[in-house]
Design a protein around this ligand. Structure first.
Ligand SMILES: Nc1ncnc2c1ncn2[C@@H]1O[C@H](COP(=O)(O)OP(=O)(O)OP(=O)(O)O)[C@@H](O)[C@H]1O
Ligand SMILES: [Mg+2]
Length: 355
């Protein structure tokens, strides 16, 4: 069992909510606006990053509350907490077993993936969303990925600022920042490519074909540490003119094709795009189960509603077989009739009741 206990305090519309799931499959049913996605968002904040809405922290503290919010979870014998204080609404605090920790360190405790209605546009929008999607999956295999991203971005911001100055930049200082970008950037790129290869193998091995089969490719910059350092060093004038670094893994994109249709994902129907994402999430869960000992949490917001009963039953079966903890939402409890044993909860106006 991954999250044995989850407590929300003043998080969005939940003043004080407690969930102690006793089954790996968890259903949150309730009307529109009840607070189901908010619960998934709270769980997503138990991993590095901005959560499944990518929302600013200050938006999450309950309106009409005292300011600040808290999310507390028991994961095995570990106590994890995150939130903000009223005095610092934009500063995320993380505690693991009572000690202050970095958000990056959360990936060492849990592996997590999610699928939300907002991701219906993933293949249509800018590469940033697809990079974040890919990096979320990478994180489950490489917990250090979050730290490399933080350090890469910090060095890149410092280099952009230095190049943006009117005064000529100190070449030694630039070289030091570029070395830091190259070190972490090469590791980011390598981890992404490794995960894509692993996922491709997992997808090929997977017997179930009810969900569309994706083929994956990483586009954009590729290279090792020395190549990235050289590219950055050679690109200073160009990057100064552009106002940002034009080489590096922050420019990568995840390209997905629908194998059966031989069509790129962006040109597929909404339902086909959803099926591709579902396949990726399932293959990833199976991969994480096979390759890592860390508990996996899967958050599926309104996924069941879009599937016919046969695919729904197949989805439930595959999810259960991953051994992960699966949190699913839906406006109708009946959508989960084929699910079998599960912790079934009803969410209503920020309150949570069994059944
Ligand atoms: N900071 C906040 N304080 C209080 N309420 C908030 C805050 N942020 C969002 N809400 C409210 O929380 C409510 C529940 O949102 P949520 O997205 O979780 O609903 P939901 O159950 O997933 O509904 P749907 O089925 O429509 O997706 C919304 O009415 C929203 O306005
Ligand atoms: Mg919702």
């Amino acid at each position: 069992m991954a999250i044995a206990r989850l407590a929300l305090t003043n998080f969005r519309n939940h003043a004080d909510a407690l969930i102690a799931p006793d089954e790996p499959m968890i259903v949150l049913a309730g009307e529109n606006g009840a607070g189901k996605t908010n619960i998934l968002e709270a769980i997503s904040l138990l991993s590095p990053g901005r959560g499944l809405r990518g929302a600013p922290l200050r938006e999450m503290a309950r309106q009409g509350g005292p300011g600040g919010f808290a999310i507390a979870a028991r994961i095995g014998d570990r106590q994890v907490g995150t939130g903000t204080e009223a005095s610092a609404p934009d500063k995320r605090q993380v505690r693991i077993d009572g000690k202050t920790a970095s958000a990056s360190s959360l990936s060492g405790l849990l592996a997590m993936s999610w699928l939300t209605p907002a991701m219906d546009r993933l293949f249509l929008e800018s590469p940033g969303g697809r990079r974040r999607f890919l990096d979320r999956l990478v994180l489950a295999r490489h917990p250090g990925h979050a730290t490399h991203s933080v350090r890469y971005e910090a060095a890149m911001r410092a280099r952009n600022a230095l190049l943006g100055d009117d005064a000529p930049a100190d070449p030694a200082w630039l070289a030091a920042l570029e070395a830091q970008m190259a070190e972490h950037g090469a590791l980011i790129d390598a981890a992404r490519r490794e995960l894509i290869a692993e996922l491709e193998a997992q997808i090929a091995a997977s017997a179930q074909r009810l969900f569309a089969r994706p083929a994956l490719m990483l586009s954009g910059w590729q290279g090792d540490e020395a190549e990235l350092r050289a590219a950055l060093g050679a690109g200073r004038a160009r990057d100064k003119a552009a106002g940002r670094a034009l080489a590096g893994p922050h420019r990568a994109d995840l390209l997905v094709r629908h194998v059966g249709k031989d069509q790129e994902a962006a040109l597929c129907s909404t339902g086909e795009q959803k099926a591709l994402l579902l396949s990726l999430i399932l293959a990833h869960a199976e991969l994480v189960r096979a390759m890592s000992g860390r508990p996996l949490i899967i958050l599926l917001d309104e996924v069941a509603a879009h599937l016919d009963p046969v695919r729904r039953a197949a989805l439930f079966e595959r999810l259960r077989a991953t051994g992960g903890q699966v949190w699913m939402t839906g406006t109708e409890a009946t959508l989960f009739a084929e699910l079998g044993t599960a912790t079934r909860l009803t969410v209503a106006e920020g309150r949570i009741v069994a059944g």
